[in-house]
Design a protein around this ligand. Structure first.
Ligand SMILES: Nc1ncnc2c1ncn2[C@@H]1O[C@H](COP(=O)(O)OP(=O)(O)OP(=O)(O)O)[C@@H](O)[C@H]1O
Ligand SMILES: [Mg+2]
Length: 266
């Protein structure tokens, strides 16, 4: 099992003889031997292959790997959007593979923040309504000012009433970040959250992911950019669905170097 190797912003960490080690009750997402095989008309595709990793409160993990290495599939499995073929996924104490659809829907609403470009917002609702939606579902509607504040923080104060089809991909992603900021979920799952953004908007997103981490969320982020990954506490590397390496607190150069080495191992 891949464990985070170093101390991060969040409190509640214990040091032992082996170095910095998080407490097990800080683990909010754990993957144990997670495998997913897509059955296709041609050959089956083993998109995720026996991945084990633990994600703790207040930590930020980047996931990197070549296109098609299974990064998105892994995130979808973790969130229960795809039922993994094998393995065990515990999200905030819930066994994701065994949970009913109803339980999963409630879990995602209450404990998960999504920042996905394809799976994001409700098309019929405005940015404001989308940001306020999880709290509304929970019967604890957020104050209008809080919703507006979250959208302003990601630079969308002028798009409150826009519906997703009137927003760019990057703006839609920032609405999803605002929604996560308001909900303060246990786990934030982000698939290339800066991929569609210019550098300034990208900085805004990274700043807000830093805030979410500092507030105690476990952030799990896929990125192709070593500079973006370097903001995380550690980077996990996938090849052909397998977790093959981990770099803790690496610089962009270290991360880029590890990524380049992956090609020689593929
Ligand atoms: N619905 C599907 N049916 C069959 N195969 C799929 C399906 N979705 C993904 N795959 C395959 O699973 C593998 C992993 O895909 P995935 O989207 O997880 O990769 P990725 O690492 O996110 O790639 P990228 O960096 O391009 O986003 C690929 O070989 C892909 O073709
Ligand atoms: Mg992907």
């Amino acid at each position: 099992m891949v464990e985070t190797q170093h101390c991060t912003r969040a409190g509640g960490w214990a040091r032992d003889a082996a170095g910095m080690q998080g407490r097990d009750d800080d683990v909010v997402l754990s993957l144990d031997g997670v495998t997913h095989v897509f059955e296709t008309e041609a050959a089956p595709v083993r998109a995720v292959d026996d991945v084990s990793a633990a994600f703790r409160r207040g930590t930020w993990t980047a996931i990197m790997g070549p296109s098609g290495s299974g990064k998105s599939t892994l995130l979808y499995c973790a969130a229960g959007l795809i039922r993994a073929t094998a393995g065990r996924i515990l999200l905030d104490g819930v066994d994701v593979r065994a949970a009913s659809e109803r339980r999963l829907t409630a879990l995602r609403r209450q404990r998960l923040g999504f920042v996905f470009q394809d799976f994001n917002l409700v098309p019929a609702l405005t940015a404001e309504q989308n940001v306020g939606l999880p709290a509304r579902f929970d019967g604890r509607p957020a104050a209008d000012e809080a919703v507006r504040g979250a959208l302003e923080r990601v630079g969308l104060g002028d798009k409150l009433r826009s519906r997703p089809d009137a927003l760019s991909g990057g703006q839609r992603q920032r609405v999803a970040i605002a929604r996560a900021l308001l909900a303060r979920p246990a786990v934030v799952i982000a698939d290339e959250p800066t991929g569609a953004l210019d550098s300034r908007s990208g900085e805004v997103v990274l700043r807000e992911l830093t805030t979410l981490t500092a507030e105690g969320s476990a952030v799990v982020m896929v990125t192709h950019d070593p500079v973006v990954a370097a903001h995380a506490d550690r980077t996990l590397f996938l090849i052909d669905g397998r977790l093959v390496d981990e770099v803790a607190g690496g610089s962009p150069a270290t991360i880029a170097g590890t990524l380049a080495d992956l090609d020689t191992r593929a």
